[in-house]
Ligand binder design. Structure first.
Ligand code: GLC
Length: 564
């Protein structure tokens, strides 16, 4: 197995991880100071969301200079130090490449926008107005509004899949592609361990850029449905692979919203373009169509399980799967996947065991290891996240009251996962000596690294146990995956098996006790298995071994059994 299949990746949101200089924002020195915490979790790679120079309209996903570090986060020397210190602990740094778009303050864009006949005039996607002077088409951007913004100096519009300050670059132009590969290679030469490619399914635009079928009362159509995963995109990405990755010991994971599980073999594996891609079916399980926050449906556990099982099957013989439940764009997993009245500590452990025992590389998101939860702010003005504001407006335009629209924001806001990391029960959770850029979640007195390190029943200690479990049982890395009790709406159960070992994972997703028959697990007697780990305490091993025909799972119990 490759090093990145054998490890755990930790996604880190630099703004919110650890502030070393009291300005209220996290920074690189702060990250370096907490590497031992990450090491204790078994982390072998840290994916940093963008740390480049940026006007921060979308917290770094609007890059102005890919070769320099944002002063908010420190200097290039701090970056070198982080890479070095991480290396000493066998941790590699993974950079986020935002290559679908730049910031409108990037020199490339400034030049391109200055006239129709400069050297970079076709480095972005420009189009003339329609005959009546209106925008070139009816596509709606991911952050709302038209994807087109007018530029006076060219009397043309430029296209932006996201915010108007994030113009899409023109991948059809080989000079642009080479400039992007140069950036990636600059970071490879600095010694990074890999890349996460941001919003990569949008880089290819269809030849026909005319109006699409209207999908909402604003008379527009989502850009996602018009451009995600357009034919021909893989040619670009094969070129990226040849130019950047070939022959180097790095991994590349793509953010590939819009690639169905059935197409995974084209994207990952021997003949694919990446080592892994993030696939979003499970985090979108509650949406009826598109990621429209007011348009949700009730979902069943069987649907969620199917999302995982489909991805597990699709990467069974080909490619590799990044297992994630949270990231900087998603709500906290406890709130996302469990009922509102679920016990947050036991629930976090159920989800932790799920993430650490599916086949693939776990991508843990900062704060997940201590069971951080969503925030509950009542006023839209308190939210920083650009998509929260847009989704709030869309909800209101579609007839929701302010209160209803706020309920959607509270449920899905990206700020839920962006509040400062909770280190201690001191002021500002030990994140900063200054004023944090986003308020700290009010539960920091109990949910924090220092307290949890002292409490053997904590979420953090359970993650430490999960790390040991993975270290000691290779089958959790290389074993096959088979789902059990597929029709159960209460438990998620699966078997991991290799030539040497067989392990069964039982996860109770409900607040009720659930009985599981040994027969149904294919286990013959009480001597046929032993408990390797349960979130209901060490004594569970002796209790359960007395249960001859069945195991009674406690509410929100997570159990790992080794079968003889
Ligand atoms: C990706 C990032 C998200 C960002 C967007 C635009 O989806 O994860 O945070 O806003 O791309 O770059």
């Amino acid at each position: 197995m490759k090093w990145w299949q054998n490890t755990i990746v930790y996604e880190l949101y630099p703004n919110s991880f650890k502030d070393s200089d009291g300005d209220g924002y996290g920074d690189l020195k702060g990250i370096t100071s907490e590497l031992d915490h990450l090491k204790s979790l078994g982390v072998g790679a840290i994916w940093l969301t963008p740390v480049y120079v940026s006007p921060m309209g979308d917290n770094g996903y609007d890059v102005a200079d890919y070769y320099s570090i944002n002063p908010r986060y420190g200097t290039m020397e701090d970056m070198d130090e982080l890479i070095e210190e991480a290396k000493k602990r066998e941790i590699r740094i993974v950079m986020d490449l935002v290559f679908n778009h730049t910031s409108n303050e990037c020199e490339w864009f400034k030049e391109s926008a200055s006239s129709k006949d400069n050297d970079k005039s076709d480095w972005y996607i420009w189009a003339d107005p329609k005959e009546d002077g209106s925008v070139p088409n009816n596509w709606r951007g991911v952050f709302g509004g038209s994807v087109w913004t007018y530029c006076e100096s060219r009397d043309q519009y430029y296209l932006h899949t996201f915010g108007d300050f994030q113009p899409d670059v023109n991948w059809e132009n080989p000079k642009v592609r080479n400039a992007l590969y140069d950036i990636a290679n600059f970071w490879v030469n600095k010694g990074v361990g890999g890349f996460r490619l941001d919003a990569i399914t949008y880089i290819k635009k269809p030849a026909d850029m005319s109006d699409g079928p209207v999908d909402a009362p604003d008379n527009m159509v989502s850009v996602h449905s018009m451009t995600a995963n357009t034919d021909g995109i893989l040619d670009f990405l094969h070129e990226f692979k040849d130019q950047v990755q070939e022959g180097k010991d790095i991994f590349v994971v793509g953010e590939a919203n819009g690639v169905p599980a059935s197409e995974l073999p084209l994207w990952v594996g021997e003949n694919g373009v990446f080592d892994m891609i993030f696939e979003f079916s499970h985090v979108n399980v509650q949406f009826s169509g598109g990621e429209v926050w007011y348009n949700t449906k009730d979902w069943k556990l069987t649907e969620l399980k199917k999302c995982f099982s489909d991805s597990q099957k699709a990467t069974k013989d080909n490619g590799w799967y990044p297992v994630f439940l949270e990231n900087h764009d998603q709500p906290r997993s406890i709130n996302h996947f469990l009922p509102a009245d679920a016990d947050p500590v036991q629930g976090a452990k159920v989800l932790g065991m799920l993430m650490m025992t599916l086949r693939g590389t776990p991508f843990m998101y900062e704060g997940q290891e201590i069971g951080m939860t969503n925030i509950d702010w009542d006023n839209i003005k308190d939210y920083d996240d650009i998509s929260s504001h847009n989704q709030f407006q869309m909800a209101k335009l579609n007839g929701l009251t302010t209160k209803q629209a706020m309920e959607c924001v509270k449920r899905f806001s990206r700020d839920n996962s962006r509040t400062p990391m909770q280190w201690t029960d001191d002021e500002n959770a030990g994140f900063t000596d200054g004023t944090p850029w986003l308020p700290v979640n009010s539960n920091y007195k109990t949910v924090n690294v220092a307290s949890e390190n002292e409490n053997s029943g904590s979420v953090l200690c359970f993650y430490h146990q999960l790390k040991t479990l993975r270290d000691e049982h290779e089958v959790l890395k290389d074993g096959n995956y088979t789902e059990l009790f597929q029709n159960s709406e209460k438990i998620y159960a699966y078997c991991r098996e290799n030539a040497k070992e067989k392990i069964i994972i039982l996860l109770n997703f409900t607040g009720e006790a659930v009985e599981v028959k040994m027969d149904d697990l294919g286990i013959e007697s009480q001597t046929g298995f032993r408990i390797l780990l349960s979130n209901c305490g060490g004594e569970r091993a002796s209790e359960v071994s007395k249960q001859t025909e069945k195991v009674n799972l406690y509410p929100y119990e997570a159990m790992c059994l080794q079968v003889d």
